[in-house]
Ligand binder design. Sequence first.
Ligand code: SF4
Length: 217
Amino acid sequence: MSDELSSPGYDVPPEMQSHVTITRLDKIYNWSRRNSLWPMMFGLACCAIEMICTAASRYDFSRFGMEVMRPSPRQSDVMIVSGTVTKKMVPQIVRLYNQMPEPKYVIAMGACASGGGPFKEGYNVVSGVDKFVPVDVYIPGCPPTPQALLHGLITLQKKIDRESLSGVRWYQKAPIEPIPVPVLGPDLMDPRRYDQIFEYTHAPASPQPEGSAETPA
Ligand code: SF4
């Protein structure tokens, strides 16, 4: 049995140590998941080239248990969002995420997926995929190197090590929130709310209560 699995505090007789280990359910559950993360095979833009390099022979993320990239979301448990997230692609990305079985994780690879990157506030790009799917690990860079992606994947493994069966989100009965479909236009303001924003910004200032202090110049 692997030393990684043993929980401290339990003495196993020396003659049994190569056959028996005592551990916690959380620990064996996390250990099995963290060592068999299968990323989904899809890419969005230039960052995807670095992701492909990370899977190829020089960096070879199979060494960390990301054995095969799966072409079907139904066989994947990690979504690596590698590239610019356009408003046109968001519904497809969310659909792929919804088709993945739980437990599932998301990595935002690069500046674009994390916050819009060089295209932030472009009319057709969202300021981060985390507004639409829950992100577990963010990887900075434009593009991040294969080493940075490997670091992100190892960070995800460390995060899984700290999870508990009683706290993970897929066993909670949380209501499913509808995902807002983005529309073309500036990203800081939703064009569907322009009328509301106009009314708010053009409303007369409310009168100051009597005796209130003047705002210093
Ligand atoms: S972060 Fe840079 S390299 Fe990655 S998709 Fe955006 S522009 Fe391309």
